[in-house]
Ligand binder design. Structure first.
Ligand SMILES: [Zn+2]
Ligand SMILES: [Zn+2]
Length: 246
């Protein structure tokens, strides 16, 4: 059944044709020239302490024992790339689904320039069914699909969308100000649906749109490692600074 939201979107798309959110060029949400102006991060930080630098965002030696995530690639800096911020907002909160293409392109570019090995499988950060109904699509899944189709020419990397599940409906991270609360909120929020062997010995690439504190990715990585995944690396478009606790 079509929801009011979808009907409204259909009429808006018909009445107001698509144009580049940055330069206004017709028929694309973000044109090739404007994508080129988005600067990719060259230096990456350890995802946990956010202090030690590396080329691929590997978790530093000191933090390795404390966390299951092996590394995180952050494509761009939010503050320096206002167009990207706008694109992500339209994608997540205005339901402009097609923006997954330029955003996927940015992620693909970052991965292609990195020296990370090609992952065995790609897993998007899952949404709870409630949230999926609200948005109508999983924004991470579309990005993950784009990467799986484009990263190795002529070969699709297996994409597992129904293996990692979000069983707890948690409040969106940005609205929880206190760090401890935020962490507790996500404890045991994820589970692996299929049999034990499916992730065994696999190098996994986790895909999320943005990550503020990293808690979601850390919790996903922990869940995957419990099922014997070998390495869990993640990629996000940006890492906005968390809002100050009040
Ligand atoms: Zn443009
Ligand atoms: Zn570290």
């Amino acid at each position: 059944m079509l929801s009011m939201k979808k009907i409204k979107k259909f009429f808006l798309d018909t009445l107001f044709p698509v144009s580049c959110i940055s330069c206004g060029k017709n028929d694309v949400w973000l044109c090739r020239d404007c994508i080129k102006t988005i600067k990719l991060n060259h230096k990456q930080l350890c995802p946990i302490c956010e202090k030690l630098q590396s080329i691929n965002g590997e978790t530093c030696h000191k933090c390795q024992g404390k966390n299951s995530l092996d590394g995180l690639l952050v494509c761009t800096d939010y503050r320096e790339n206002k167009i990207l911020k706008k694109a992500i907002h339209l994608y997540k909160y205005r339901f402009v689904k097609d923006i997954f293409k330029p955003l996927g392109k940015i992620m693909h570019k970052k991965l292609a320039y990195s020296s990370l090995p090609i992952p065995d499988i790609i897993i998007p950060v899952p949404l709870h069914s409630k949230r999926l109904r609200w948005r109508g699509f999983n924004q991470c899944e579309l990005l993950a699909r784009y990467i799986s189709m484009h990263l190795t020419p002529g070969m699709e990397i297996p994409l597992y969308c129904d293996v990692l599940l979000r069983k707890k409906h948690t409040n969106p991270q940005m609205s929880i100000k206190n760090y401890q609360e935020r962490k507790a909120n996500l404890q045991n929020a994820f589970e692996v649906s299929k049999n034990n062997q499916i992730l065994k010995g696999k190098n996994i690439l986790l895909v999320d749109d943005i990550s503020t504190t990293g808690s979601t990715l850390f919790e996903c990585a922990k869940t995957l490692k419990k099922r014997n995944a070998k390495k869990v690396f993640a990629i996000v478009l940006a890492r906005p600074k968390p809002k100050k606790s009040s």
